[in-house]
Design a protein around this ligand. Structure first.
Ligand SMILES: Nc1ncnc2c1ncn2[C@@H]1O[C@H](COP(=O)(O)OP(=O)(O)OP(=O)(O)O)[C@@H](O)[C@H]1O
Ligand SMILES: [Mg+2]
Length: 249
């Protein structure tokens, strides 16, 4: 199978990038895909959820400059088929390193080239914001998955992303938004979901705002590893199936 890279991205913070990246990477691995999750956020939340230590041998700078043997920074997790590159405090300088490099936008893509030989799927958990690193993620990813809270501001963020994206002349990839943290008791959420039900770009599966999802923090584990029966777990399964069809996985 040709490796596919999925960037989980939004300029907005707290929309569920990490939660989605961890859960979908877990589901992909469980289905038998050899999967890598790369925590590109200095907050290290994905690293925490997967019970890894935040440390990349030699630092991310060497990794980006291809001076580290990539196989040494890839760690196994407690789950079959799921490996990860943990976050590292030096990730906070990642923007600077990438910026310093010639053809910086393609830096991440170059590093991923070697990893693509080894994995079927690579999930990139992005930090929020718009930076050189985010541009680098756009170039590296085959698809960009964008968790979106149903609010006017989030929709606006998505439109801005479209504009930025259009100016980059990317060869490949598509933006795949979906709704997260949905609360159907809220009129605004219902209305926005109804409007975007007509938009072929949004996945029709969405993830409700559910407290069981927050338990990932206590458990330090992907939701589906400790709970299969909740509504939220079922929604993640639907989301993964629909996303897979859309992204050609
Ligand atoms: N569907 C959900 N239901 C309830 N809580 C959720 C859901 N999705 C995410 N959360 C919670 O919302 C918070 C933010 O989620 P997450 O860390 O995944 O967002 P993020 O976009 O990665 O944030 P950041 O921009 O800081 O990296 C976390 O506490 C997480 O547990
Ligand atoms: Mg995050």
């Amino acid at each position: 199978m040709k490796c596919r890279t999925v960037g989980v991205y939004s300029t907005k913070g707290g929309v569920g990038k990490t939660t989605s990246a961890v859960n979908l990477a877990f589901l992909a691995a469980r289905e038998g895909y050899s999967t890598l999750l790369w925590d590109l956020d200095t907050q290290g939340s994905a690293t925490f959820y997967c019970q890894q230590r935040a440390k990349v041998k030699g630092g991310v700078k060497k990794l980006i400059h291809k001076k580290t043997d990539i196989s040494k920074v890839v760690k196994g997790t407690a789950y079959d088929n799921l490996s990860m590159i943990p976050s590292d405090t030096s990730v906070r300088k990642l923007d600077l390193f990438v910026n310093e490099m010639k053809n910086s936008k393609k830096a991440l893509k170059r590093v991923l080239k070697d990893l693509k030989q080894e994995f079927d799927l690579i999930f990139l958990d992005s930090p929020p914001g718009m930076s050189v690193l985010s541009e680098s993620i756009f170039y590296a990813a085959d698809v960009l998955m964008v968790p979106t809270i149903p609010s006017t501001l989030s929709i606006r963020t998505l439109e801005t992303l479209d504009e930025q994206y259009a100016s980059l002349e990317l060869e490949q990839n598509q933006i795949i938004p979906f709704f997260n943290l949905v609360d159907l008791r809220k009129k605004m959420h219902r209305e926005i979901l109804e409007i975007y039900a007509q938009d072929p770009r949004f996945l029709s599966s969405f993830i409700p705002n559910a407290s069981i999802v927050e338990q990932m923090g206590f458990r330090q584990a992907p939701l589906l590893s400790f709970n299969r029966a909740s509504k939220a777990s079922k929604r993640y399964l639907e989301l993964w199936a629909e996303f897979g069809r859309r992204a050609g996985i």
